[in-house]
Ligand binder design. Structure first.
Ligand SMILES: NC(=O)C1=CN([C@@H]2O[C@H](COP(=O)(O)OP(=O)(O)OC[C@H]3O[C@@H](n4cnc5c(N)ncnc54)[C@H](OP(=O)(O)O)[C@@H]3O)[C@@H](O)[C@H]2O)C=CC1
Ligand SMILES: O=C(O)[C@@H]1CCC=N1
Length: 269
């Protein structure tokens, strides 16, 4: 049986998830539907992935879908759920991806039993490398869980977490690609400072981040031990590490993630 995935809102995160779902082969393009109030993003999605697009009609997108993904900004959840709730089929699974949107608050907005899933993905879904966290409400069956996990695994890794961890997840993975892009950009700037062409500098910086991340995931070694292996005594790396420490890199990163988590908690109220 083929499953239809419907995206209500067709911005950055919808594009990343649609890209992952279609490119992985989980769903044929004609089993993905996206709605949006303006045409431009829909035109690009249709052009790039060949999916069904519906202008200004969330209700039809919801009605057509077995899995309805609410990919609008958090402040629009109330309005969009009020609009589509009678069109969402009783057996459909509704996936919320918004920061700070809780299962309890959104069950209440439906005002009837609904299969509700809370996910925090990230934009590397577009290249099959997302990190997603997921939690389920009590109406979700084992078969529903499999449908959701298959979707999330089609564009990266996914783990079930208690809902109480969702704000921490937003800080460490939902938002963190942005911090890493800053790091890559800054490293590349320094290489450009020393004469490397810009495009080449991004490749060298990004591939190094990718490689280091794979080392953590695939060797299972402690990040500190991996760092030690790069730092030759009296060598170049320890000079750089000392400079990062004296400029407060760790404190800055902890503060950034903590601020992000606090903002997510505030948005949940
Ligand atoms: N970006 C990210 O890295 C991540 C985002 N998220 C979550 O994903 C959600 C979407 O974020 P993101 O994709 O970045 O945001 P975007 O602004 O890129 O996308 C939101 C889309 O919703 C559309 N939209 C606005 N009003 C409506 C409406 N009434 N009905 C249907 N669609 C509407 C917008 O259209 P238009 O622009 O034409 O107004 C826009 O295309 C947020 O809740 C965010 O918390 C979660 C994890 C990561
Ligand atoms: O910035 C945001 O609010 C969203 C949630 C996680 C990533 N982007």
């Amino acid at each position: 049986m083929s499953i239809t995935y419907g995206f209500i809102g067709s911005g950055n995160m919808a594009k990343a998830m649609i890209g992952g779902i279609v490119t992985s082969g989980l769903a044929k393009p004609d089993c993905v539907v996206a709605s949006n109030p303006s045409a431009q993003k829909l035109d690009l999605l249709k052009e790039e992935f060949g999916i069904e697009t519906i202008l200004k009609d969330n209700k039809t997108a919801a009605k057509l879908s077995d899995v309805v993904i609410l990919s609008v900004k958090p402040y629009l959840y109330e309005r969009v759920i009020a609009e589509i709730k009678d069109m969402v089929r009783p057996d459909a699974i509704v996936v919320m991806i918004a920061a700070g949107q809780t299962i309890a608050a959104n069950e209440a907005r439906f005002g009837r039993p609904v299969k509700l899933v809370r996910v925090m993905p990230n934009t590397p879904a577009l290249v099959g490398e997302a990190m997603s966290a997921v939690c389920f409400n009590t109406n979700i069956t084992a078969d529903d869980k499999k449908i959701v996990m298959d979707m999330l695994n089609s564009f990266g890794r996914a783990e079930e977490v208690p809902e109480t961890l969702m704000d921490a997840v937003t800080g460490v993975s939902g938002s963190s690609p942005a911090y890493v892009y800053l790091f890559i950009e800054a490293m590349a700037d320094a290489a450009v400072l020393h004469g490397m062409p810009r495009a080449q500098a991004y490749t060298f910086a990004a591939q190094s981040v990718l490689g280091a991340a794979k080392m953590v995931l695939e060797t299972g070694m402690h990040p500190g031990a991996l760092k030690d292996n790069v730092c030759s005594p009296g060598g170049t790396t320890i000079e750089a590490v000392a400079a990062l420490e004296s400029n407060g890199l760790r404190a800055a990163v902890i503060d950034a993630v903590d601020t992000c988590v606090r903002k997510s908690k505030e948005m949940s109220k």
